[in-house]
Design a protein. Structure first.
Length: 340
């Protein structure tokens, strides 16, 4: 496990290091988001409020396990996660405390936060169909359900079922279509795979570009990330795919959030809430969403140029807490269908 720790201190606590963790006007964050995606935002927060911020970054499940092990003794005040499924998992492990904030409730749609204030969505991503415009007529695409149609036999690239993004999508299918229809959908999808599931979302895009398959499910920010990549191979690959917004004629595209909650035994509860409120301000939202090519949680905040270029889309209105609540059912259904 690699955990990086960096400390910023607005006040004189700079040299206090770990000893500073117990002091007032400090905030300790466990983050599953990469450091570069949050650091500038936290620096601005520190400058503005005088609250020093310490961050530990690691994978979602590593942080959840660590918080469970640390229990009441944890120094953590806030947990930031990159998926609703993980936020729900943390809430089920009783890691969060309820937060009542009119600022958060006003700025974050009810669909995108936990009803008791255990966690709050802070940025939005959609899971869309990436396709080869050379080999796929967009008129033949329509919905997630349609990907089970035999016309896609041998044409779909997919990452494994072990990844939470496909689990969350499957959970949304169960919520919208029911368990039986979802079983049939999974079976049909898996039968259409071009190769055994492998790689991350970026690899599915690269394989479409390389002609190994024609369509794949990917999160929007990977497309934005590849468009702005320093690696010319990534820019070339993504230039060969187009995005299709699924289910626009019915419920809308599947969306998910990155988000955060205040830790149950947080020693800096007030500062923690202040940071969450800071993260939904206009400026923070614009920067935070743009840093990872995500959509702001607030509709009134402008999207980045790249995202605006993709046009408007209809999003599934399903409360995203359902994605976590149906996670284990989704995992079992994927396993039963042979999605490795
Ligand atoms: Fe991701």
């Amino acid at each position: 496990m690699t955990i990086q720790k960096w400390a910023m201190a607005a006040a004189a606590a700079t040299l206090a290091g770990f000893a500073g963790w117990a002091q007032a006007a400090e905030l300790n964050i466990y983050s599953a988001r990469k450091e570069e995606l949050i650091r500038p935002l936290l620096e601005k927060f520190s400058k503005k409020t005088g609250i020093g911020v310490n961050v530990v970054t690691a994978d979602d499940d590593v942080l959840i396990q660590r918080l469970k092990a640390e229990g009441r003794n944890t120094p953590a005040d806030i947990l930031i996660m990159a998926d609703a499924g993980r936020l729900v998992r943390a809430a089920q492990a009783d890691l969060f405390q309820p937060v009542k904030s009119s600022i958060l409730n006003k700025n974050i749609p009810a669909q995108l936060r936990q009803a008791d204030g255990l966690w709050f969505g802070l940025t939005i991503r959609a899971r869309v169909i990436a396709y080869s415009p050379e080999r796929v007529k967009p008129g033949t695409l329509s919905s997630y359900e349609n990907l089970a149609d035999p016309q896609w036999k041998g044409r779909i690239c997919s990452r494994s079922s072990g990844n939470v993004y496909n689990q969350s999508l499957t959970a949304s299918m169960i919520a919208n279509d029911g368990a039986e229809k979802t079983d049939a959908w999974l079976k049909g999808m898996v039968a259409n795979f071009a190769r055994p599931p492998q790689g991350g979302d970026r690899d599915q895009i690269k394989d479409i570009a390389a002609g190994k398959c024609d369509v794949a499910l990917v999160n929007t920010y990977y497309i934005g990330g590849m468009m702005q990549s320093k690696d010319p191979a990534e820019r070339d690959a993504v230039a060969k795919v187009a995005i299709f917004w699924p289910n626009q004629a019915d419920r809308g595209a599947h969306i998910n959030v990155s988000g955060a909650g205040v830790i149950k035994n947080a020693k800096h509860r007030k500062e923690a809430i202040r940071l969450l409120e800071y993260m939904v301000t206009d400026q923070s939202q614009e920067w935070y969403a743009e840093a990872n090519s995500e959509f702001p949680i607030r509709e009134d905040v402008p999207k980045s140029k790249i995202l605006a270029g993709w046009g408007e889309f209809k999003a599934d209105a399903l409360p995203i807490s359902a994605l976590g609540e149906l996670n284990s059912q989704a995992v079992m259904a994927m396993d039963k269908a042979g999605w490795r």
